[in-house]
Design a protein. Sequence first.
Length: 94
Amino acid sequence: MGLFRRGDGSVEDWQPRLWAIVIGLGLIVLWVLAFIVKNSDKVNIDFVLFSTNASLIWVVIILLGAGFLAGLLASQLYRRRSGRAPEQHGRADG
């Protein structure tokens, strides 16, 4: 358990830190569960050609994922256009 204890510390030194991590993780889990329960309402999503009903939490999760992927793609496009691509070695232009 190198994450929670230093090599030179005794068991008593790392116990409060362990409990702080456990309590923090417990609070995060409770927050996520409350977020899911509060956003479990059904919503109507109207696309141009069709419409569908979905739980609001799934809409939020899908949009978070789509935004993350769009950010990754945009950063890659910016990197390619700004000329920060890795150099090609061993190429003789003569």
